[in-house]
Design a protein around this ligand. Structure first.
Ligand code: COI
Length: 357
């Protein structure tokens, strides 16, 4: 089957690209010319449409707005040269979206629609992939319930969209993190491992409180004991303790990040000691006191590899006097972004190259 038969394509008659500064795009404020939309009704997904990006019509009773039966993904397209654009492990995003859909009772999307849909959009909008180092085209596939009904039940209708936004860095300086004893992000048996809207909504109030105290984000602890580190919400977390890379193991409450997995695989490839295990905040603070905490960084699609300048817990802080990434974080950042931009070998087969005119 050709992509013309999979997708019903309507091209825009007037591109908006001239109005956008791809060197300074911010994050998620501008959107590429085309989007994909697919409707689920009568028990099946209908033919997907690729069409000009624009508003959609919804009713105030749309159940997604009330009960958040919705999931999303984040992946990126990377400038290589005028002839091709790279995608990075988009099949991992597809697999996670399937798991998120299952958890949120949303009918799963066909693999080809997800992956070919991204490629077709890139072929149409490749001029939107920023050339400048560090800038990328962020791709946001998402699916949500679409019944115009305000009863709290599984929807009968859904929409799947893919939209794309040129982006710069998510964090423009090293981040300051604080734990909280009052709030939790996810509980065992909950939806912490799903990329679903409610996880992000629930984190906003605690993050706002943290900001009032001078921090950028919350470093979440486990819900049962408030003892073990989980993640940051916008990214997974890594500690370098005495040369060993330590990150919390996935236990159903943490988002299984694609960048997280890439960092772990690279560390193993380099024979760097790496441990995926439960790590208590006391161990982190103790390592900070003993000066064996070499570095802390976050990893995520939006954040890439983001340095942490401070970890605050119970009135005490471990700080790093840094302007940018430490040597370990920088090594991962360089390796990952070089593979993404086709500037280094790709021993893991992570890159999908999309030919563009
Ligand atoms: C991503 O890294 O892709 C995310 O979805 C995080 C979000 C806070 C932008």
């Amino acid at each position: 089957m050709t992509t013309d038969t999979i997708f019903n394509i309507t091209k825009t008659s007037s591109s908006r690209i001239e109005n956008v500064d791809l060197d300074k795009p911010g994050f998620g404020r501008e959107f590429a010319d085309h989007m994909l939309e697919m409707e689920y009704r009568d028990g099946k997904w209908q033919q997907p449409e690729i069409k000009p990006y624009g508003p959609i019509e919804i009713t105030p009773a749309l159940n997604t707005l009330h009960y958040a039966q919705s999931v999303f993904e984040g992946t990126k397209a990377y400038y290589v040269d005028g002839e091709s654009v790279n995608l990075f492990r988009p099949e991992k995003n597809y697999e996670r979206m399937v798991r998120s859909c299952e958890r949120m009772c949303i009918p799963t999307i066909d693999r080809d629609i997800f992956l070919e849909g991204i490629k077709e959009l890139i072929r149409l909008d490749h001029q939107w992939v920023p050339e400048k180092e560090g800038n990328t085209l962020y791709i946001r596939p998402f699916a949500c319930a679409f019944d115009p009904v305000i009863s709290a039940r599984v929807s009968d209708t859904y929409r799947f969209f893919i939209i794309m936004s040129p982006v710069g860095s998510y964090y423009d300086r090293p981040v300051k993190l604080t734990t909280t004893q009052q709030y939790v992000r996810a509980v065992k048996g909950g939806v912490g491992a799903a990329k679903t809207a409610g996880n992000y909504a629930a984190s906003l109030y605690p993050a706002q409180q943290a900001k009032k105290d001078g921090f950028d984000q919350v470093l979440w602890l486990d819900a049962e004991e408030h003892k073990y580190v989980e993640e940051v919400g916008t990214m997974n977390i890594f500690f370098v303790i005495d040369g060993t890379l330590v990150t919390p193991n996935l236990r159903g409450t943490i988002l299984p990040g694609v960048t997280r997995d890439s960092v772990v695989q690279l560390a193993k490839h380099w024979d760097m000691p790496v441990e995926e295990r439960r790590i208590s905040i006391d161990e982190v603070m103790e390592a900070g006191k003993k000066d064996t905490l070499d570095e802390v960084f976050g990893a995520g699609t939006a954040a890439v590899v983001a340095p942490v300048a401070e970890v605050h817990h119970n009135g005490q802080s471990v700080t790093f006097d840094i302007d940018g990434r430490g040597p370990v974080g920088q090594k991962f950042y360089d390796a990952i972004t070089d593979i993404q931009r086709g500037q280094a070998e790709d021993p893991f087969g992570w890159v999908t190259s999309v030919e563009v005119e």
